[in-house]
Design a protein around this ligand. Structure first.
Ligand SMILES: *Cc1c(COP(=O)(O)O)cnc(C)c1O
Length: 385
């Protein structure tokens, strides 16, 4: 055992694979529950897209949370894992008819709707089934988050949501539709947000919208503020559980709720990132002209975040205690972007050493692909090892 890892068990498994520390996941879920309980009307839906491994979904469902889904496949995965349909919300800018029908057939809690054409189709499909669909409108609040450009979603130029100026019109249209029940407003400003000021800005914007709606006597039951809380990729050991107290307190202190309103959260990354690591094996250590490469058997097909967003993951040689050397850690895929890190220090690497990429529980396994005809990585939990 070096650090948090059961190395002897790892030696019996084919690499690369994901390792999930379920004790940390359960701690994280317990802390979220404790923090939520401090605030009346706060409700949590886990964002399934961060990690849909059935074992992980099962543990989160058991904790009593709902699910935030962005496709029909995720609705199925959530139902199979034991999330009750009455706690499933379904968002997405392009919902297919079969996906809407799946949501209607299961009587999910709410559709988060992003346009009038989509609303018309939901109304029509609900009518064919003699059902009524609960909807919230996803509003583009035009609030920027201080995060990577590819993962901000709340600016006016993003494809997501309904523009601020169109809200009144959309609610008016919805009120004319027989099979639509208007429930609330939905927001999501981006991901990996560590500055609570960004969430505060969202609260202020929501307060303005609510004041405007009050004047028009529009009743809003639910406010869904989305997810986006970030994690410490630099220091996974120092901060294994994100600061949920500060996060929920920000909303409690700045969002002005009306009588009986509930606030829905859709956290993904903050729930699952730190419990996961990608475990890969050193194949070769190659001396280049100016640097040394640690060539591992895991690549961008297993964990695409470094190639896709230049994301940083802490990397450790968990088989060695030897003096540090500097390496570029690269995968076997035939793409120059298949690099996990450049010029990082690792305990001296030899063929066969296990290398851990930390904080990989969110947007890791779920984004794996079969490019280069590679098999998909497996995910193992600490429970089963
Ligand atoms: C991706 C997404 C989330 C979760 O985002 P995290 O940054 O992982 O918390 C929540 N809501 C919606 C609508 C999303 O698209």
């Amino acid at each position: 055992m070096k650090g948090i890892f059961p190395i002897d068990k790892f030696k019996t498994l084919a690499t690369p694979f994901y390792y999930y520390d379920t004790a940390l996941l359960r701690d994280t879920l317990r802390i979220i529950s404790e923090q939520l309980a401090k605030h009346e009307g706060f409700i949590m839906h886990y964002a399934v897209k961060a990690n849909a491994n059935p074992k992980i979904l099962g543990i989160i469902a058991q904790a009593g949370f709902g699910a935030d889904c962005v496709s029909g496949g995720e609705i199925r995965a959530a139902l199979n894992a034991g999330f009750p349909a009455s706690k499933i919300v379904y968002a997405g800018v392009g919902k297919s008819d079969w996906e809407i029908n799946l949501g209607l057939d299961n009587d999910i809690f709410c559709f988060n709707v992003e346009s009038i054409p989509e609303l018309e189709i939901i109304n029509e499909l609900a009518g064919e089934k003699g059902k009524k669909a609960n909807v919230a409108f996803r509003i583009n609040p035009d609030v920027g988050a201080h995060t990577h450009a590819n993962i901000t979603t709340g600016l006016a130029e993003n494809k997501f949501g309904i523009a601020l100026g169109d809200i009144e019109n959309v609610i008016e249209e919805a009120s004319k539709m027989e099979n639509i029940v208007f429930k609330g407003l939905h927001f999501h400003i981006g991901s990996q947000i560590l500055d609570m000021g960004d969430f505060e800005a969202l609260c202020n914007r929501i307060n303005d919208i609510q004041n405007f709606m009050d004047k028009r006597h529009v009743k809003i039951e639910n406010i869904n503020v989305g997810g986006g809380l970030g994690v410490s990729y630099d220091h996974p050991n120092r901060q294994p559980v994100p600061d949920f107290a500060a996060y929920f307190d920000t909303y409690a202190n700045h969002l002005h709720l009306r009588q009986g309103q509930s606030v829905h959260f859709e956290l993904g990354r903050a729930v699952v990132a730190q419990m996961g690591s990608l475990i890969t094996k050193t194949l070769y250590v190659k001396q280049g002209t100016h640097k040394k490469f640690c060539i591992v058997d895991g690549g961008m097909t297993d964990l695409i975040r470094p190639a896709l967003y230049h994301a940083f993951h802490k990397i450790e040689n968990i088989s060695s205690d030897e003096e540090n050397e500097t390496y570029d850690v690269v995968g076997p895929i035939c793409e120059s972007s298949d690099v996990f890190a450049k010029a990082i220090d690792l305990n001296k690497c030899y063929r066969g050493d296990l290398i851990a990429l930390r904080s990989a529980g969110a947007y890791g396994e779920i984004m794996a692909s079969g490019y280069n005809c590679r098999p998909l990585p497996k995910g193992y939990t600490s429970d089963e090892l």
